[in-house]
Design a protein around this ligand. Structure first.
Ligand code: HEC
Length: 142
């Protein structure tokens, strides 16, 4: 009797291990799709255009709801003596280093959002922020 129960247990254990590895395999097979690089433009359209406008010049459909008009993102370099302020932009978007004084800003921070989308993989959230910043740099007006 005892032996039957034990072997049944072992059999069940075996099945669940098989099942678990099966699930793990399907998960790893679908992983490359989600790890594909996402273009900065795509990210911009999904997360930023609502306020900053499709062309970055401000005036997106949500602007009217804000107390602060979203700044024209194509003028960042011009307003910074012709140099694109990469660090400042990165920090603004990430928000990780936002000072308490900036707490009243209506600009949402995206670092935690992208980090949670990346399930805690800091690298891929950084890749998202980097490609966003690269995209913003590419739309600067001279
Ligand atoms: C809910 C509306 C909203 C969304 C969505 C939004 N922003 Fe903003 N953004 C603002 C506002 C408002 C400001 C001005 C904040 C202030 O001055 O306090 C701002 C400021 C900024 C600045 C600072 C500009 C400067 O002169 O330093 C950058 C850069 C920026 N946003 C980039 C982005 C990017 C990139 C995204 C998408 C990931 C985004 N924003 C999404 C509303 C938004």
């Amino acid at each position: 009797m005892c032996r039957i129960v034990t072997s049944l247990c072992i059999a069940m254990l075996g099945t669940s291990v098989l099942l678990a590895t099966g699930v793990a395999q399907t998960a790893s097979k679908s992983a490359p799709a989600s790890a594909e690089p996402i273009s900065g433009k795509q990210l911009y359209t999904s997360y930023c255009a609502l306020c900053h406008g499709a062309d970055g010049k401000g005036g997106g459909p949500f602007s009217a709801q804000l107390k602060t008009w979203p700044p024209d993102l194509t003028q960042l370099a011009k307003n910074n003596h012709g140099t694109f302020p990469e660090m400042r932009v990165t920090e603004t978007v990430d928000g990780e280093f936002a000072k308490p004084a900036h707490g009243s800003s209506e600009m949402p921070i995206w670092g935690p959002v992208f980090r949670s989308m990346a399930h805690g993989h800091k690298d891929s959230s950084q890749v998202r922020i980097e490609s966003l910043v690269k995209y913003l740099e590419s739309i600067q007006e001279k």
